[in-house]
Ligand binder design. Structure first.
Ligand SMILES: [Zn+2]
Length: 95
């Protein structure tokens, strides 16, 4: 379980690291904390299952995250999430 938790933390960090870069392609997207959280959560949910349920150790995860394909998948997931949040922003709704 610890390995899985470490994995999702690393994945979440990788998505957070890529968020600002992805937002640069969407100058009209909202950048408030609520929207950033929504975008990150949506992107994480849409990433391939092999990231979520993997029993691989963190060393393998690090290698995986450094692969270009993985970074592209993170970017694609972020772009989809940004478009989704942009079309239906939650920041106007009460929590
Ligand atoms: Zn917002």
């Amino acid at each position: 379980m610890d390995g899985e938790r470490a994995f999702s933390n690393r994945m979440e960090q990788a998505v957070r690291d890529a968020l600002d870069e992805a937002l640069a392609y969407h100058p009209d997207a909202c950048r408030c904390e609520r929207c950033r959280r929504d975008i990150t959560a949506l992107a994480l949910r849409s990433l391939p299952a092999r990231y979520a349920g993997s029993s691989a150790g963190t060393v393998i995860v690090d290698v995986e995250l450094q692969r270009l394909q993985s970074r592209l998948e993170i970017f694609k997931a972020l772009h989809r999430a940004i478009l989704e949040v942009k079309s239906r922003p939650h920041h106007a709704r009460p929590d």
